[in-house]
Ligand binder design. Structure first.
Ligand code: ADP
Length: 301
């Protein structure tokens, strides 16, 4: 097969591993810099141009779209879909998962366990917002943040008030979330390929850090997930319509709570923590599922 990996950087671990895994299985692989694609959307034959040439004959693409280029990146994926090229994650699903608020609304609509969450833009009634999530300690999150940036723990009611008021002055959208104490700086990343959890790791924040992001110095280890965690992760990825997904869970007294569903989950942490060939599994999934014209959006929303 001719497989395109949409990625800004061929040197990234995930990109390299996917390219390696595809080549190992005898496929022809091209790493395509998403931002360097330009498109013709006006003709009967939608096309994508790249460094002076037309991109043609692809059987499948693997979008690895960074959060900072979601808008343009999903347009490129959409253009491939218009050309009938199979994308392992579809543009609509990527867009859906990138909007944290929309994702949480979709998941809650389907009864997925989530930390109690309030959403606000410029709240005057800070007290009521805090009450909504059962008071301090609570977590305030910038809606546009990734990799733990803009995720802040307010331990007291006073701190929570000041924090929310400071964000109000910045004209940004925020989530206010109940702090799940018992998760104790630990979260579970479930890696899904084709609706199945193929690997799972536990991430633990540095000493004194409640955020377990690996980019923030957290460490990853192998974990055995419970049937409830597996079922929650599968449902969450399904609701988002993602074939490849990283579902982040917190272990709470009430069972698994979904924090986020990621459409371009990194491979480095999960492959080294679990010793599994996750990249190979993604390529195998593509081998079984890629078909020209198989680009219909899986879910709604
Ligand atoms: P990002 O998308 O920027 O990674 P997250 O919402 O996943 O932001 O939060 C980063 C980390 O902070 C999580 O991995 C988790 O360890 C911790 N965390 C986030 N929200 C909560 C919460 N409500 N209760 C306890 N810990 C949390």
């Amino acid at each position: 097969m001719k497989i395109g990996i949409l990625s800004r950087n061929p040197q990234l671990y995930s990109t390299r591993r996917l390219a390696e895994a595809a080549e190992l299985r005898g496929h022809e692989v091209f790493v395509i810099d998403t931002l360097k694609c330009y498109m013709n959307i006006s003709s009967d034959h939608p096309s994508i141009h790249y460094q002076g040439e037309t991109l043609e004959g692809f059987d499948a693409i693997i979008p690895r779209i960074g959060a900072s280029i979601t808008f343009y990146g999903t347009a490129v994926v959409r253009q491939f879909e218009m050309m009938g090229v199979y994308s392992v994650n579809e543009s609509v699903a990527i867009t859906r998962s990138r909007d944290k608020l929309r994702s949480l609304q979709l998941l809650s609509r389907k009864g997925i366990g989530l930390p109690t969450t309030g959403f606000a833009h410029s709240v005057k009634d800070t007290g009521d917002l805090i009450k909504m999530v059962d008071g301090a300690p609570l977590v305030v999150k910038l809606l546009e943040g990734t990799q733990g940036i803009g995720v802040v723990l307010a331990e007291t009611r006073k701190a929570a008030e000041s924090l929310i008021e400071a964000f109000r002055g910045l004209d940004v959208n925020i989530l206010v979330q109940k702090f799940v104490k018992e998760s104790a700086g630990v979260d579970i990343r479930c890696f899904l390929v084709g609706g199945k959890v193929v690997a799972a790791m536990m991430r633990k924040g540095e000493e004194g850090e409640f955020r377990s992001n690996l980019h923030r110095g957290g460490s990853a280890s192998l974990v055995k997930i419970t049937p409830a965690e597996r079922a929650t992760a599968v449902r969450a990825a399904n609701i988002m319509g993602l074939s490849v997904a990283g579902v982040d869970l917190l272990r709470s007294e009430k069972g698994p709570l979904v924090l986020e569903v990621n459409s371009s989950p990194g491979l480095r942490g999960i492959e080294s923590a679990t010793d599994k060939d996750v990249a190979g599994m993604i390529i195998e999934y593509i081998e079984k599922n890629a078909k020209h014209g198989k680009t219909r959006t899986k879910g709604k929303g």
